[in-house]
Design a protein around this ligand. Sequence first.
Ligand code: CA
Length: 245
Amino acid sequence: MRKRCVVVIEDEELIRRGIADALTAAGYQTLEAADGPTGLVEARRLGVDLVLLDLLLPGLDGLDVLTQLRQTHTHLPVIILTARGSEEDRVRGLRRGADDYVVKPFSARELLARVEAVLRRSGGRPPTIRGLTGPGAAVDFQRREVVFADGRRATLTEMESGVLLHLATNRGRTISREELLTHVWGISAESLETRAIDMHITRLRAKLAGEDREAGGEWVVTVRGQGYMLGPEVRAEAEPAEGGS
Ligand code: CA
């Protein structure tokens, strides 16, 4: 089973390291960030299950990180790390979509209990899209398969499927090549030329198009100078609610 991934956004190094060590010992994978902007990038990586968020952070305040994160990740569990006595912060945090809070100083045991409780409540993952139906074909994310109207099939690579799923999860928003890199490849934009993304998109379109060369561009639309978007005619099929399939 995949290790669950927790992002720790905390500028005080001793606290951050302590949390990360406790989580690692408990079997979690961790990502660390010491300021708000980096924290936001880390929290938006593909495969992140939960975010621990300090409020007083350099660069971008914790509450602002939360607000921006909620614009793209409605269901990602967030636990706020707050100083004793700042009830107002806790209330504001919960109002802005935090799932829980822990008051500093806290024990590793208390923190782990909160993390487990929030992950249990959230089902451990956000609702996902099961498949897509678009021009001439349908996509099954579970099988990573394109099924054409005449029954022929094509298999998508993990990356192709990830790109398509990310576009579908963010329908109506233009996704930059940099965002695809950090979300689907889980790396920063500098470490791979963004041109590589274009090659993957070209291959993805060819697979989705099948015989009908035009259809690929209807699945994934280029927004000149900005990035890519899911085509307006592509429909998403949502994962059934808890307990389904
Ligand atoms: Ca702080």
